[in-house]
Write a protein that binds this ligand. Structure first.
Ligand SMILES: Cc1ncc(COP(=O)(O)O)c(C=O)c1O
Length: 392
């Protein structure tokens, strides 16, 4: 069980706000803050390169910590500046040709879909959104029916940006494996709130961000690429960290996943992300998931009882992200009213998941995302304030 009191004591932000925007950017624990500030101070005192050398173990920890988190090898991990860049490095480098097909989800994230459209235009590939099942998650049967020799990539978002839905990632992985189709999982919103094991998920590539449920610094992301696939993916952007310049007209790519990285990195943030992952591992991902899941369901039930409030989360399994709209007030108005009470939530814009928005005719949604350090009393306070803001 999570020691909520302790987690709150170790999170300075808990004294200032009711933070229910954990899927935006969670409050970091003090240890993460100390690690980031400590590294920045060291850079200022002895020089940036020298600080990197001196703190080498701490900067390297992110790879081994991520390997523990995801059940993979450290050399299958690349450190990136965001989940989007991590995903891009795999996607844009993935070999695709005219006539190839990508299977994706209805609730796919805008940045991923924009990349699909661009590559579809440039290379003449086809992008197909697998229909949802009756629960509103990717239909596993629908996916299986769409698999044929044209499908060269399955790219799915685990937890979409606009709701609590958890797509059946492992069942999708089983189909991908059987059909031997590479599988790219956007785990940006699931990482840190639920267990993720790349073998159990059956994914070959996975992207995540540091600042959300992992409680790491902003401007951090990770990419996992299965070792047998690394050599097949030529990163769309290269530098002298990703490759060695070996002849005037030749370079040699690194053999490990760091070929997807940039030479220049935010080392303070990198150190902080390693500490954030360690903090989560120490608490226990299963324990984190149990509490986040429970709080998410509690909040959904409470909001569902309010007149004029529509909770919009779909799926068989739902996570710590709770989305709703209200007949009495718009999402922006509710967010502003809550902010006046020092309650942080965000608004899920319609364009962030355009296919899903259109399919379900969704308005802008209020997105309240709980973490294990939130208390039941904080959820009660949110519900009371929504009641007033939305004139329920
Ligand atoms: C599903 C999903 N994928 C990717 C991202 C992008 O993450 P980042 O901002 O780290 O690039 C987000 C951010 O909200 C997201 O919700």
């Amino acid at each position: 069980m999570i020691d909520v009191e302790r987690a709150r004591r170790e999170t300075p932000g808990c004294e200032h706000v009711i933070h229910l925007n954990n899927a935006g950017s969670a409050l970091p624990p003090q240890t993460v803050l100390d690690a980031v500030v400590g590294h920045l101070e060291l850079e200022a005192l002895i020089g940036g390169y020298e600080a990197h050398e001196q703190n080498d173990q701490a900067t390297e920890r992110v790879y081994t910590a991520a390997a523990e988190l995801l059940g993979c090898r450290a050399d299958e991990i690349a450190f990136c500046s965001s989940a989007t860049r991590a995903w891009d490095m795999a996607f844009y480098g993935f070999p695709l040709e005219r006539g190839d097909r990508i299977l994706t989800a209805v609730a796919e994230y805008a940045s991923n879909f924009i990349a699909f459209i661009q590559v579809a235009r440039q290379k003449g590939i086809e992008v197909v959104a697998v229909p949802n099942d009756e629960r509103g998650q990717v239909s596993v049967e629908g996916l299986a029916e769409l698999v044929d020799e044209r499908v060269k990539l399955i790219a799915i978002t685990h937890v979409p940006t606009n709701g609590g839905l958890v797509n059946p990632a492992a069942k999708i992985g089983a189909i991908a494996r059987e059909a031997e189709i590479p599988y790219l999982l956007d785990a940006c919103q699931s990482a840190g709130q639920m267990p993720l094991d790349v073998d159990a998920l059956g994914c070959d590539m996975l992207s995540l961000t540091g600042r959300k449920y992992l409680r790491g610094p902003r401007g951090t992301g990770l990419l996992y690429v299965r070792s047998n696939l690394i050599e097949r993916i030529e990163p769309p952007l290269l530098d002298m960290h990703a490759a060695d310049w070996i002849e005037p007209d030749r370079y040699r790519l690194r053999a490990d996943a760091r070929r997807f990285e940039e030479w220049e990195q935010n080392y303070a943030a990198k150190v902080g992300l390693g500490v954030a992952i360690d903090y989560a591992l120490e608490l226990g991902i299963d324990e984190i998931w149990e509490r986040v899941h429970e709080l998410g369901e509690r909040l959904r039930a409470q909001l569902g009882e309010l007149d004029g409030v529509n909770v919009r989360d779909l799926g068989e399994t739902r996570c710590g992200i709770v989305t709703f709209d209200a007949t009495g007030a718009g999402a922006g108005e509710i967010k502003a009213a809550l902010a006046r009470e020092r309650i942080n939530v965000t608004v899920a814009p319609q364009s962030a998941t355009l296919l899903d928005t259109r399919e379900r005719d969704l308005p802008e949604l209020v997105r309240a995302s709980v973490h294990y350090y939130n208390t039941e009393a904080e959820l009660d306070r949110l519900v009371d304030c929504v009641k007033i803001a939305a004139r329920c």
